[in-house]
Design a binder for this molecule. Structure first.
Ligand code: NAP
Length: 216
């Protein structure tokens, strides 16, 4: 699904492997193929993947058994489960409640807020890590900068661009720990990584960004 991304990332990191947190996913209905995917990734990332996630809950009981053994031996740091579709959140809750995963990955942005109902409260209750995908609603929210966006009014938070305002919005929810914006442009990660730390938005700033996003 992600082509040769793991191999390319491993090569790009080279000797800097220890300086970063590597997260990846297993995605196959077949337990044997899952084990092979994990073995290949561990080989590329010098024997350790910090976060291994079961993509879209596919064959999660099978993959969890295998990943738990890797976590036990120390080659996997944490185990996660992902889903993008609110219709699957019931099953995601079930997996969260097994106590077998450390992290969930879900979509969250000002116009896709389904996770606020059950997933984020449950993650908080169980002390699970939360990785947020689709912070820009797959680019829908960044197609144009809302007319009313005034960077000046967010400057105390280090926010200079509309994209940064959306990322700060996500990470200002204390139940969210990591956000993974996608991009095809090499300059963006620098812009995106410049925000996401304190001071965080309060309820007023979050409401303002949500209102702007609703009209974006
Ligand atoms: N587990 C799952 O089932 C699942 C499902 C979907 C996505 N994901 C993951 O979630 C992550 C998010 O991916 P996504 O593509 O769905 O959505 P996204 O991050 O919400 O949106 C990506 C779009 O945002 C634009 N963008 C990035 N930084 C920007 C900035 N600073 N200012 C303006 N525009 C900006 C990109 O355009 P440019 O290319 O022009 O920068 C791209 O079009 C990815 O890592 C993806 O692999 C996981």
């Amino acid at each position: 699904m992600y082509g040769r991304a793991e191999e390319v990332l491993a090569r790009a990191l080279g000797p800097r492997r220890e300086d970063v947190v590597v997260a990846t996913k297993v995605w196959t209905p077949d337990a044997g193929e899952g084990a092979r995917q994990v073995a290949r990734a561990l080989d590329w990332f010098k024997g350790r993947v910090d976060l291994y996630q079961v993509h879209n809950l596919v064959a999660w009981p099978e993959h969890l058994r295998f990943l738990e053994a890797r976590r036990e031996e120390g080659s996997v740091g944490s185990i996660g489960a992902t889903h993008w579709d609110p219709r699957a959140f019931g099953e995601l809750e079930e997996v969260m409640r097994t106590g077998r995963i450390d992290v969930v990955q879900v979509p969250y942005n000002p116009v896709e807020r389904e996770v606020e109902r059950r997933i984020l409260p449950l993650a908080e209750e169980l002390s699970l890590g939360v990785v947020v995908m689709r912070p820009f609603a797959e680019g829908e929210l960044t197609k144009r900068v809302p007319d009313g966006f005034r960077p000046r009014t967010f400057s105390e938070f280090g926010v200079e661009t509309w994209g940064q305002a959306l990322l700060e919005w996500v990470l200002s929810d204390p139940r969210c720990h990591v956000v993974i914006p996608a991009t095809s442009r090499p300059g963006r990660p620098t812009e995106n990584a410049a925000v996401g730390g304190p001071p965080f938005f309060g309820p007023d700033e979050r409401r303002r960004v949500a209102t702007l996003a609703a009209g974006a």
